[in-house]
Write a protein of this length. Structure first.
Length: 190
């Protein structure tokens, strides 16, 4: 579910039925793609994996022994298709987790780029937090306005020159006040 609905965006923009739902949905989805990686979550990233015909092992750069536990159900994604899905852990090491798979492909340990994802459950549902929903709507509006008038960014004090691109590093900065209690510290490096 998108944090901003097509109806909300349509109303905020005042575009009526001028644009199709599919066009507005793209903007809503783009706002989610920008925002959700920065929201606190219970996702960890595996850097490598290996598999036999019946088992899989994922490798992590950080120590995950006290994060995961045997018997826990996790959602694995962004790995190869035979490794992805809802999985019950059968093994937890300092830097590895293991689980059973069906119809697996025999593969030696190899590194991934980009990293795979392992979600250990959701404690915070961004779709239920009004501040996160408002931030998503504001980002959606900015994306829409940038599509319609790409050079409609800010104006500098010294030259009154319009900013050439409003989708820069200040996109999230404009809504950071709304998001502050919900930002994942791992996303704020740099």
């Amino acid at each position: 579910m998108a944090l901003t609905t097509v109806a909300e965006l349509r109303t905020a923009l005042g575009v009526g039925t001028l644009y199709t739902d599919a066009v507005l949905q793209q903007v809503c989805d783009a706002a989610d793609n920008v925002l959700l990686p920065f929201i606190w979550n219970n996702t960890f990233f595996n850097i490598a994996h290996e598999s036999t015909a019946t088992t899989a092992k994922l490798y992590f750069a950080e120590n995950i022994k006290n994060i995961f536990y045997v018997g826990q159900t996790v959602v694995v994604s962004n790995n190869e298709s035979h490794l992805n899905g809802s999985k019950t852990l059968t093994e937890v090491g300092d830097h590895t987790i293991g689980y059973n798979i069906n119809n697996g492909v025999v593969q030696p340990k190899h590194y991934l780029n980009p990293y795979g994802s392992v979600n250990a459950g959701t404690a915070l549902d961004p779709a239920t937090v009004p501040a996160i929903q408002e931030a998503a709507l504001m980002i959606s509006i900015d994306i829409w306005q940038s599509r319609q008038a790409p050079s409609s960014g800010g104006v500098t004090i010294d030259g009154y020159q319009p900013s050439p691109y409003r989708m820069g590093n200040t996109l999230l900065a404009r809504v950071r006040g709304l998001l502050a209690p919900y930002l994942d510290p791992r996303s704020m490096v740099g």
